[in-house]
Design a binder for this molecule. Structure first.
Ligand SMILES: [Zn+2]
Length: 298
């Protein structure tokens, strides 16, 4: 049922795709000079900014058209690929394991405690795993249905993006994993995160690493080349550049090993595994770049 509704929405949407396209300047430095470095599914390509080196989707959907997709709960059942095995819910054990390891890494660096705000919390797996590490937890998600599920973790969840977080809510730690690659104006996004972080607090960002080994091995088949939703692609240099310009200092790299169901990785190479084998988790060390930055004391 959900799938058929999703197909309806998808076909309606794609019927109008060309009228919803825009041809952006660099989302980081606003330069209009670019090289096309990867051709993806028509009409999309990945451009590399000739000035600052940021990779970004070119063309991309208009922000309004993209937000309409995020409001559909079915987005979380397969993303734009439509593959059930890529859905958030089927990846739950792997995502939880990934987030537990991230939270332990943060705890080891003294970044836990106090209040946590997670932007783009989805079903709330990270918020749930974060119970032992933070006194109070807040989240945001664009879908009202998904936000309602995330509230079962006991966190307060706002429907929308960072704009929907009350102005007076300031926390010790803001986390956004696999979010900034969806953001049309990354600098303004990180500045908004800073506005919700207490002086001396931290902002933690994790995003697919276009400079990583996995991308180099897989070329255009890299799973994170997801159209139309991934609109910017970072490596540590371009990510820390945006964080620095938003006022974070210092900025440090975080290890971010990512667990995936083996079946999902095998499917990328056209191999179908039996169910028991497909569910085994495989840790991939070089697919995500993560960094944390400190909000300076006023
Ligand atoms: Zn640029």
């Amino acid at each position: 049922m959900v799938c058929s509704v999703y197909r309806e929405v998808r076909s309606l949407f794609y019927f109008n795709v060309s009228s919803n396209l825009e041809y952006p300047v660099c989302p980081s430095c606003r330069s209009n000079k670019r090289d096309i470095v990867f051709r993806l599914q028509e009409p999309y390509a990945v451009a590399r900014c000739a000035e600052c080196g940021l990779h970004y989707l070119y063309p991309r959907l208009s922000v309004g058209a993209m937000q309409q997709i995020y409001r559909e709960p079915s987005y979380y059942e397969g993303g734009s690929s439509g593959y059930r095995d890529r859905s958030y819910t089927s990846q739950e054990p792997s995502l939880r394991a990934t987030f537990r390891r991230l939270l332990v890494n943060l705890d080891n660096r003294g970044l836990s405690g106090g209040q946590l705000l997670e932007i783009g919390c989805g079903h709330g797996y990270l918020l749930d795993e974060a119970r032992p590490f933070f006194d109070r937890r807040f989240g945001t998600d664009f879908s009202p249905e998904i936000a309602a599920i995330a509230r079962h973790t006991g966190a307060e969840v706002f429907v929308g993006g960072i704009e929907q977080v009350p102005a007076d809510l300031k926390v010790q730690c803001v986390i956004a994993t696999q979010v900034i690659e969806h953001v049309y104006d990354p600098l303004s996004f990180v500045e908004q995160l800073v506005d919700h972080t207490l002086p001396g607090g931290h902002i933690v960002l994790a995003t697919p690493d276009i400079g990583g080994v996995l991308r180099k091995i897989m070329g255009r088949r890299w799973p994170s080349f997801k159209t139309p939703e991934h609109v910017v692609y970072f490596d540590f240099r371009t990510l820390s550049s945006v964080m620095g310009r938003a006022g974070l200092d210092p900025i440090r790299r975080l290890p971010y090993p990512h667990a995936f169901p083996t079946g999902l990785l095998a499917a990328k190479f056209g191999i179908t595994l039996p169910g028991w084998l497909a569910r085994i988790q495989m840790w991939v060390p070089a697919t995500t770049v993560a960094a944390y930055g400190t909000v300076r004391n006023a």
